[in-house]
Ligand binder design. Structure first.
Ligand SMILES: [Zn+2]
Length: 80
């Protein structure tokens, strides 16, 4: 594993993600805006998962935009 990998649990499976691309939590209202921002900033399309499928203590539970309870996690899975 290189230093560019980070492992998080998605749907109970250990999944390698790009450590240089952030894990962001947003609510349903802000998910499209967050995807657009992610693409603009990191030049990759993020993978999206329901928040309850992602088990990682470092992943927050509130929307990064508005602070309401989050629903969707944006991240960049390796090899997809
Ligand atoms: Zn929001």
């Amino acid at each position: 594993m290189s230093q560019q990998d980070r492992i998080i649990q998605i749907e109970g499976k250990e999944t390698a993600i790009h450590a240089e691309h952030p894990v962001e939590v947003v609510c349903l209202e802000h998910v499209e805006e967050a995807i657009d921002d992610y693409v603009n900033q990191y030049e990759v399309a993020p993978d999206t998962f329901p928040l309850e499928k992602v088990a990682d203590p470092a992943v927050g539970h509130n929307c990064a935009v508005c602070g309401q309870p989050g629903a969707v996690v944006l991240l960049h899975v390796k090899g997809l």
